[in-house]
Design a protein around this ligand. Structure first.
Ligand code: NIG
Ligand code: FE
Length: 409
């Protein structure tokens, strides 16, 4: 990894000095704090991260004096529906007037956004997604997951996935596109959801896998969406084609979603407000990450909190994400997501920060590449003008990001 120029001096691209580090390294305790820390990067990777004192002699092309600021890994938003057409402001007004999400879902909801997404031009779809992505980037996000699921026909689903992937041509960002074919039953199949499920399993999944259009497959398992049996068929097809799965599980009711996700060795099970103890135990056994989404909980005025104590007891990794979408969670702030996770779900500061970094990386199957500050990982950093990392969770709407580094730059 090092390039030896002179006998004892190692040449690197960039050195960040005089920093305090919250490394989030699993090998360290808690946030993995290093008080007098330094990071060196070469070719986009971290080659040294640790104490200034214990550092080998390095010669850098660029030296950045962090003046005592805190460095965390770049934030990872592991559950978003970033790419969609239009908005659902009208439904928001109706919700404020007392309408329920499940009722709105029947008359509009996901299908209202589907209609807007289908008729959006590719340029408009990309421009709107970029606008929202910029809000995430402004708060230190270096990796973002982006789901399809608002096309529900082949052409539009593929356009959503392509739009998500292309975002990294416009910004320095790692994008992980997810195919969410089973988000809602499209109107063309209103009388025969099973025929749509068959189409997804037999036609869309093989194509998406063959053309490498998505890195995982998601589904919405719920009374107002798809049954466990339908999800099972699509997940079986996905895994047969080498695509890992994740699930919108037990959000509004307990459908056994957590256990279903676990049976398919899901990367993550998301929402989980109604997950049972047995479901949580299954997630622990499968090593799936529990992704908690306080934005949707808040906006849907849910009262039942996800089983945080059970997740802790069973040792399930807990991640936190925005669920950025036009309906249940128009939340474009990872900092606010962490703050809400603390206040609404009772997560600790450490759980929130790990949930937006290391655990979120695992939820995307990228734990070996990013999510913590360790030699060998991608040099994805967020540099903060704060006195202590807890401020990232403490403030409601104050962004103290000083600078973001993605892939060493
Ligand atoms: O994660 N639960 C299903 N999907 C989204 C909501 C999508 C929408 O309302 O448009 C969610 O909350
Ligand atoms: Fe979602």
């Amino acid at each position: 990894m090092y390039r030896q120029d002179a006998e004892a001096t190692v040449q690197v691209d960039t050195l960040w000095r005089h920093a305090r580090l919250a490394t989030m390294a699993e090998t360290r305790h808690g946030l993995g704090i290093v008080e007098r820390g330094m990071i060196a990067a070469q070719d986009g990777r971290i080659v040294y991260c640790g104490d200034e004192a214990g550092c080998p002699t390095l010669q850098a092309r660029e030296v950045v004096d962090c003046e005592g600021r805190w460095i965390t890994p770049g934030l990872i938003d592991c559950h978003t529906h970033l790419v969609f057409g239009g908005d659902r402001v009208d439904e928001f007004r109706m919700k404020l007037a007392g309408a329920r999400y499940a009722d709105l879902a029947r008359v509009g909801g996901i299908r209202a956004t589907m209609a807007a997404t289908r008729c959006a031009t590719p340029e408009r779809l990309a421009a709107d997604a970029l606008l929202r992505l910029d809000a995430l980037i402004a708060e230190g996000v270096t990796t973002v997951e982006a789901k399809s699921g608002y096309g529900l026909d082949e052409a539009t689903e593929l356009r959503q996935l392509a739009t998500a992937r292309a975002l990294s041509q416009h910004r320095r960002i790692n994008v992980s596109p997810t195919y969410l074919g089973l988000h809602a039953v499209p109107p063309e199949f209103a009388d025969d959801a099973d025929a749509y499920v068959d189409l997804v399993a037999a036609s869309l999944i093989p194509r998406i896998a063959a053309e490498d259009l998505a890195q995982s497959v998601d589904a919405f398992c719920e009374g107002i969406a798809f049954t466990p049996a339908q999800v099972d068929r699509v997940f079986t097809a996905a895994r047969r084609h080498g695509l890992p799965v994740r699930l919108h599980a037990d959000q509004l009711s307990d459908t056994g979603g957590a256990a279903l996700a676990a049976r398919h060795a899901a990367l993550s099970a998301d929402h989980l407000e109604h997950a049972s103890e047995a479901g949580v135990a299954a997630l622990a056994a499968s090593g799936s990450v529990a992704v908690l989404l306080p934005g949707a909980f808040l906006r849907l005025r849910e009262t039942r909190r996800p089983p945080v104590d059970a997740l802790r007891r069973h040792g399930v990794r807990i991640a936190v994400a925005t669920d950025l979408n036009p309906g249940s969670s128009p939340l474009a702030s990872p900092l606010l997501a962490m703050s809400l996770a603390a206040s609404l779900f009772g997560l600790t500061v450490e759980e929130c920060l790990l949930g937006m970094t290391r655990q979120a990386a695992y939820a995307l199957g990228r734990g070996a590449r990013t999510g913590s500050l360790e030699a060998g990982k991608d040099c994805d950093l967020a540099i903060w003008s704060v006195e202590q990392p807890a401020e990232l969770v403490y403030w409601l709407g104050l962004n103290r990001l000083h600078r973001r580094v993605c892939g060493g730059r």
